[in-house]
Design a protein around this ligand. Sequence first.
Ligand code: GRF
Length: 211
Amino acid sequence: MLINLAILVSGRGSNMEAILAAIKSNQISAKVPVVISNNPEALALVKARQYGVHAVAIDHHGISREEHERRVLQELSLHKIDYVVLAGYMRLLTPAFLQEFRDPKGHYRVINIHPSLLPAFPGANAYEEAFDYGVRVSGVTIHLVDEAMDNGMILAQRSFPRYTDDTLEAFKSRGLQIEHELYPACLQQIAEQGISVLANKRLSDNKTVKL
Ligand code: GRF
């Protein structure tokens, strides 16, 4: 099935770019009618436009969280969006926003990528915190979004090693490479099966989806 994705970003946009490149090379059956950034300076906006994608800035400065979300929802309502894909979107979404994307099984059709093996190291500095902690193994998690930060049902996880002589930069770039493979692969599974099937699989198998 061809799915319509809205991608929300705040910065560099490398995950967004990996998704757009995978769509372009037919690895994901998806369209991206809109990319939205809360940061007007985000490099992601420039990159999205290079892919011919409609990319809009909706600045959150000087307005309430509710008003910002109202404006984002207004933009999203102009497109027929199946899933909201967070790709380095540095803002929490309120329950009122999430309700707009509730599916019949009670999941929200909102997906996030986080650069750790959740529930370890939630928050904005996961690579740094995992590295500083001295983990031997870290990873990348793709999960459904719920009301709590970096929470929600895990759709996919992949681990990667931290070597004894690693620098933070090497550790991060190893993780980022996995992010760029795992997010497109997971979105293609969602295009093929939907999130409810993936979620049910997880519940019945007590395993994450094999990717
Ligand atoms: C990624 O590490 C992602 O996992 C996290 O924020 C970072 C965004 O990077 N949520 P980019 O904007 O996709 O390059």
